[in-house]
Design a protein around this ligand. Sequence first.
Ligand code: PEP
Ligand code: MG
Length: 572
Amino acid sequence: MADTKSSAPSTDGEPVILKGKSVVPGTVFAPVTWVTDRPELPGPDKTVAEGEREAEFEAFTRAVDTVSGRLSARAATVEGNARQVLEATVAIAKDRAWAKKVRKSVNAGQTNVYAVKQATDDFVEMFLKAGGVMAERVTDLMDVRDRVIAELRGEPEPGIPDVDSPHVLFADDLAPADTATLDPELIVAVVTEKGGATSHTAIIARQLDIPCIVAIGVNLRSIAAETEVLVDAAVGTVETGVDPADVEKRVAAAAELASKVRGWHGPAETADGHRVQLLANVQDGAAARQAAESVAEGIGLFRTELGFLSETTEPSVEEQADRYAEVLSAFPEGKVVIRTLDAGSDKPVPYVMAESEENPALGVRGLRIARTNQELLERQLDGIALALKKSGREESSAQTWVMAPMVATVYEAQWFAALCHERGLVAGAMIEVPAAALMADKMMPYLDFVSIGTNDLTQYTMAADRMSASLAHLTDPWQPAVLRLVHTTCRAGAVTRTAVGVCGEAAADPILACVLAGLGVTSLSAAPPALAAVGAQLGEIDFAVCREMAAAALDADGAEEAKTAAAAVLGL
Ligand code: PEP
Ligand code: MG
C-alpha cells in the first residue's frame, strides 16, 4: 500500500527508513530513548489472607501517595497546560471512589495490584460508555493505574526516562502526564508507533514545537535504544545508518529553514505578491490573546462549543455575548470568524445533547441540532450580535463573520444565512461534508464566504474516523479525493467572488498550504505556532508555482504520491 510505505525493519544493523505521519516539522539527528514500558497487568489473585488485607490496602495508599507526590512535584516545576495536565492526573490518583473500589476487592482477598487493575477497568468501561471528553480521559486513568502498579511492585516508573543529553523519544503513544513534562532541550523529537494528527501526543508536540512523527507502526520497535537516527519530520521519516555528510547537510538545511521561519513576520504573500490571509484557530479569550501575539492577522475559526463542554445549562444571551466579546477584543482591527456550536460527536455539550446515537459522527451534530431547536441557534446569533455591540465592532471596520458547521444542503446554507442576515451578521458555511463541496456552486449565491474544514471533509470523504490511529493513512488531507473537493469549492467561489478559507489541520502544513493557495484558497487558519512556517514557505515561491503544485497533487493516485509530486515541483 503506497500510503504506508516503509523499508523492512532491520535485525542486522542494515540501514532502515520508516515512514509515518509528520505532525511538527523539523530535522534532528540524535540517539533514541524509549519510553519505559508499562507494567505487565496482573490476573486475578485472591490469595490475601484476612489478617493481611489491611496492610495490603495500606501499601496501596502509600503507593498512591508516592505517585501523586512525584507528579505534584513535577507540576510545581511547569506552567500552563502542562501543570493542568499533571494536576488532573494527580486528582485521578487521589480519587476516593477509585480507592473505595480497590478496598472492596482487597477486602475480598484480591492482591492490591489486581484490585487496582480491576477498579480501573470498571472506571474505563464507565468513561467509554459516557463517550466524548470522558472517553478521552481513559488514557489518564490507565496511566495512573500503571504508575501505581509499578510502584507497588518496586519497578521503575513508566514514562519518559531521565536523559542528560539530547535524545529522540520513541514510544507506542504518550500519556498526557508524560507529554506534560517533555523538556525540548533534552527531547529533541518525538516519534510514536500509534497516534494520529489529532492525538494527545500531536497536540502537545505542536504546542511545544518539538519535531514529531506519529503512526509509524510496529516497525518502530526494530530500532533499539541509543541507536542514532535522523528524524526528518517535514517528510515523516526516521532513518538509521545515514551517511554523516548527508546528516550534516540535511540538518543544516532544516536549521536554515527554521531561522527563516523565526524571522518571518508577515503578512503572507507569495514571492510575486499574491496575498493569502493567515489566521488563527482559537477556543476562548485566552487563546485569542495569545494568537494576537503571533503572526496571525485575525481569527479564522473560533470554536465556540469548546467553551461550553462542561456547561449543564445554556448560558444566557448576555453571558454568551461576554465570552464572544472577549475573543473579538483580542483583534480590534482584525477579522474574526465565529463558528456557531459544533456540538455532538466528539464534542458533547451537556446542555445541548439529545439521546445517545449509534453513530454520532454521522448523527445529529453541528447545524443539524438547530433543525429541531432553532431557538438555541437564534440565541447564539443574538449573543454574537450583542458581542459586536459590546466590543465596539459594530461601528468599526473590523470584519466579524459567522459560519455554521456541518452544512450539508443548499437549503441549510440558505436558512442559516437568512438567520444571520436578519441580525446584520455576515454569513458563511463550513464545507466539511462532501455534499456541501459538490453543491458549492448552488450554495455560494446565499453565502458571504465559506471555510473548508479539512479535518471532517477528509473523515467523511474517506469514510475513515479521524480519531482512528490505524486509519491515519486514509485521514490524510493530501488524499487527492479531498483536494479535488477543495478545488471544486474554490472554482465555485471564484465564479461568485466568494472568499474560500481553509481552517482544518491541512492549513498548518507549509507544502500543503502552497497547494491550497494554488487551488484558489484565499485564507488559511491554523494553530498560531504553525503559521510562520506556512507564511515563510509561501513567500519563497511565485503563485504560478503554487498552481503547478496544486495541479501535480490533483493528478496523483494517492496521498503519498500527491505529497511527493507537490514537493518535487519545489525541487525537494
Ligand atoms: C474541521 O473539521 O476541519 C474543522 C476545522 O472543525 P473541527 O476540527 O472543529 O471539527
Ligand atoms: Mg469539523
